[in-house]
Unconditional design. Structure first.
Length: 148
């Protein structure tokens, strides 16, 4: 007779149980981080919650309940009035810069036109000049006279 073997507990069962436990721990950490953020009034961005909960941003985005809750909390935060002032200043600065660019483009176009007219005048003047013909015994300008 062969001895009766008891089935060994599956090593996979233990791994699955550990994964379940880790998932519960992470969920608890996320819940605690969200509760703390709500209590303190922010920050309500994914990265801050992920850092506080010791999980990844991908985990928060993957779990719809956490992602929706974070987005709802983000919607409750009023816009920063200082940021609105900076936006206005930046818009004014951008408008000034665009105006300067337009003025500079007009100036470049005018200078290019003037450059073209001057080139035409120079070419006409060069055509009207006759170059002296060099014959025997005539030196070219800029050359030294050789002694025989």
């Amino acid at each position: 007779m062969s001895p009766v073997h008891q089935e060994d507990p599956s090593p996979h069962g233990d791994v699955i149980e550990q994964a379940r436990h880790r998932a519960e721990v992470v969920r608890d950490h996320v819940e605690q981080a969200l509760a703390l953020a709500e209590e303190q009034g922010g920050p309500f961005d994914f990265l801050s919650v992920a850092i506080a909960a010791h999980c990844s941003v991908g985990y928060l985005r993957q779990h719809r309940e956490f992602a929706d809750r974070i987005r709802r909390l983000q919607a409750t935060v009023p816009p920063d009035p200082a940021a609105a002032g900076r936006d206005t200043a930046l818009r004014r600065r951008l408008a000034r810069s665009e105006h300067q660019v337009a003025a500079l483009r007009e100036r470049v176009a005018a200078l290019e036109g003037e450059n073209g007219r001057l080139r035409d005048r120079l070419a006409a003047a060069a055509r009207s000049l006759t170059a002296p013909r060099l014959g025997p015994g005539v030196r070219r300008p800029g050359t030294l006279r050789r002694l025989p």
